[in-house]
Design a protein. Structure first.
Length: 235
């Protein structure tokens, strides 16, 4: 694929390195300063790419979605904290664009969602109470994390109740998400710990490949079943 990266921070650099390792062409890197260009200017820069991958700031997402729609370039949106604007962004994409977004593009986390859902179905039948805990380094801005909110949403759909969530921001804690099921007799916990951001970069490129030839708005975790089928068919 011929890729454009919007944002060249820690995640942008990881995606760049992973993309080059996989044989993709990173044709354009748009730094934060350049991402503030007018929509039309951004669209002109993005024109001709197979996908744009965005890891910048929440407030910039609608502008990047509009630029990608104008350029007819699929957008892989890895930025978090913008979901209050999802309906506005959806209206932009409906003009003929393509967007795949995710609270977390780690394949491991998205498989974790499926494990948690199945566990919730089992524990609910025996009166276990669910809870979510998450912890990240002190530099992470949003709390609870997008991943924790996604876990709560999935659990709430099974328990038909609000799910308690606790957040910690301190030091250099790696991204950690824990789902617990508590009863008077015992507590069972499921935990995902991100050792590095490599998993996010890999998942982002999986999403960029999957989105080719499609239109509309997709959530990464909701498309995972289709993605897994495509991956398994190649083995």
């Amino acid at each position: 694929m011929k890729l454009a990266l919007i944002g060249h921070g820690a995640m942008g650099r990881l995606v760049e390195a992973r993309a080059r390792t996989e044989g993709h062409e990173v044709a354009t890197i748009i730094c934060s300063r350049e991402s503030a260009f007018r929509v039309e200017e951004l669209a002109e820069i993005l024109d001709g790419h197979d996908a744009a991958i965005d890891f910048t700031e929440a407030e910039a997402v609608p502008r990047h979605a509009e630029a990608c729609t104008l350029a007819c370039v699929p957008l892989v949106e890895g930025t978090t904290g913008w979901h209050a604007q999802l309906e506005d962004v959806r209206r932009i994409i409906e003009r003929g664009g393509t967007l795949i977004y995710g609270a977390n593009f780690s394949v491991g986390v998205n498989l974790f969602y499926l494990v948690v859902e199945r566990a919730a179905e089992l524990f609910r039948a025996f009166d276990y109470a669910p809870f979510v805990e998450e912890a990240h380094h002190s530099r992470k801005r949003d709390a609870p994390s997008g991943t924790a909110l996604q876990l709560c949403e999935r659990l709430a759909g099974i328990y038909d109740a609000e799910i308690p969530v606790a957040s910690t921001r301190a030091g250099h804690i790696p991204g950690t998400h824990r789902v617990g099921f508590d009863s008077s007799a015992d507590t069972v916990t499921l935990t995902h710990i991100a050792r590095s951001r490599e998993g996010f970069a890999t998942g982002t490129l999986v999403a960029a490949r999957w989105i080719q030839g499609r239109q509309g708005v997709y959530e990464f975790s909701e498309t995972l079943d289709e993605i897994l089928k495509e991956v398994n068919s190649k083995w």
